[in-house]
Design a protein around this ligand. Structure first.
Ligand code: AMP
Length: 284
């Protein structure tokens, strides 16, 4: 695995790969890898001849009171895991290389980013879409893989690709869960054993709502209410939002008559966790 820090060097390698006729897959990450990240890498490996991973804890997507400094990092372990895939190119720039002084351009998706995580994390998605646009220009992938775990992020990236004519195919990947249902996340490392147990209420709440949906409930508020009930069983879990939205546009809906997503964000202790499931008409 070749490790590249410089955006210009990465662009040279990407150009050379494209000239050779290689197909480049990119998996953008913030590191502290888990099986969710690795599932994206394996699929990228399968679909392309060059597998590139970016590892960058992107400062512009963190708010002033968020966990940028505390975000878990373990470069050595990450490298071992990536070698096992194997990953060909690791792009791991320093923040100054990605954001040299004087930068003043942002990429902002205006509607899909309203509400849900966009409400409690102002500027977060602007940071995400800006860094993803930069990564696309630096790594020049043919395809890029994103997890459905970060559902609103996936929708924002897809919208950006459509709106700005990026010549990149976005490959969505299912959420990878622990054996007991907890969605894998680098932030799970913050949880104490007791909090880890309480964190299960997110996936349980989504499954309770799905059960109502399968029984025929099509009122989004009733489904959200069912999920809230489940989350409310434990007062150590503080709910930020439970929302049911149209699955692609993330528009609010009065009744479910097509694919919809039910998404939740909650704090367990000081750790903010998110999860979601897509309700497909065929799962009835
Ligand atoms: P992150 O390092 O958290 O920014 O995540 C990098 C990529 O991995 C994003 O596309 C995430 O959606 C994806 N990802 C994170 N957790 C999971 C998971 N449990 N299952 C599938 N993909 C995931």
């Amino acid at each position: 695995m070749k490790i590249i820090e410089s955006p210009a060097e990465m662009q040279r390698l990407a150009d050379a790969a494209r000239l050779r006729g290689d197909k480049i897959a990119l998996v953008p990450t913030m590191g502290y890898l888990h099986e969710g990240h690795l599932s994206l890498m394996r699929e990228g490996r399968r679909r392309a001849s060059v597998l590139a991973v970016s590892l960058f804890v992107n400062p512009t997507q963190f708010g002033p009171n968020e966990d940028l400094a505390a975000y878990p990092r373990d470069m050595q372990r990450d490298c071992r895991l990536m070698e096992s895939i194997p990953v060909d190119l690791l792009f791991a720039p320093q923040a100054q290389a990605m954001y040299p002084p004087g930068a003043q351009t942002w990429v902002e998706v205006t509607e899909v980013t309203q509400g849900m995580c966009g409400a409690s994390r102002p500027g977060h998605f602007r940071g995400v879409t800006t860094v993803v646009a930069k990564l696309f220009n630096i790594v020049k992938p043919h395809i890029a893989l994103f997890g459905a775990k970060d559902y609103q992020q996936l929708c924002a990236v897809r919208q950006m690709v459509r709106d700005l004519n990026f010549d990149v195919e976005i490959v969505p990947m299912p959420t990878v869960r622990e054996h007991d249902g907890l969605a894998m996340s680098s932030r799970n490392a913050y949880l104490s054993p007791a909090e880890r147990e309480k964190a299960l209420s997110l996936s349980r709440a989504l499954e309770a709502a799905r059960a109502c949906y399968v029984q025929g409930e099509r009122n989004p508020y009733a489904l959200a209410q069912r999920a809230r009930e489940e989350l409310g069983r434990d007062n150590a879990v503080s709910v930020e939002y439970v929302e049911v939205r149209e699955a692609t546009t993330l528009k609010e809906i009065e009744r479910i008559d097509g694919p919809a997503v039910i998404a939740v964000a909650a704090r367990v202790g000081r750790t903010r966790l998110i999860d979601n499931i897509v309700l497909e008409p065929s799962s009835n």
